[in-house]
Design a protein around this ligand. Structure first.
Ligand SMILES: [Zn+2]
Length: 120
């Protein structure tokens, strides 16, 4: 289904770019190495102590930024799995224009509006 999204590569780039920006700010603030944070984000770090240290550094993010980082990582994982762009509610493909604006949207416009109407 993900194959239906013509701009998937572009969206992936946007997500990676956003993630990089967050990690870059974090690295600067905490005096940590960006490369280290990035390789952890990719799941490349096996070393337990390093992983814990990175968890600690990440915990200094504001909850909004942490949530955003989480959303980005979820979206990237979905791209890997081939399930990206599918509405978590109705299973329909989310409009590509919407994804280009909000690359980590998990609901299609219809479901999103429905949820807002119900105050969710
Ligand atoms: Zn939907």
């Amino acid at each position: 289904m993900t194959d239906d999204i013509r701009n998937l590569e572009k969206i992936k780039e946007m997500l990676l770019e956003e993630r990089r920006e967050i990690l870059e700010r974090l690295a600067k603030k905490q005096g940590a190495h960006l490369e280290l944070l990035e390789s952890h984000a990719k799941g490349d770090i096996a070393d337990q102590a390093t992983a814990l240290e990175i968890q600690r550094i990440k915990s200094t993010l504001s909850s909004m930024e942490r949530q955003k980082l989480q959303n980005i990582e979820n979206a990237l994982k979905k791209i890997e799995d081939g399930t990206y762009g599918i509405c978590a509610e109705c299973g329909e493909l989310i409009d590509e224009k919407r994804l280009m604006i909000k690359p980590f949207a998990i609901y299609c416009v219809k479901c999103k509006e429905e949820k807002e109407k119900n105050g969710l």
